[in-house]
Design a protein around this ligand. Sequence first.
Ligand code: ZN
Length: 68
Amino acid sequence: MPTTDKNLLAALLPCTACGNTAPRLESTQPEGRLKPIYRVVCECGNAYRQWSVTPQAAVRAWNRDVEK
Ligand SMILES: [Zn+2]
């Protein structure tokens, strides 16, 4: 797990389902992959379903989804 980028997490928009202002970044490294993949999830279970290859992309994807 790379160092958490505080600015990156500060850019996260609140969860649309529950209003939680601190969704978290989750990472996993599936078998056969050289690098971890990332997505943003909220404790209420709301999550952006697609995994991204960088934390930055995961945050952008979440924010785009929230702004819909
Ligand atoms: Zn939520």
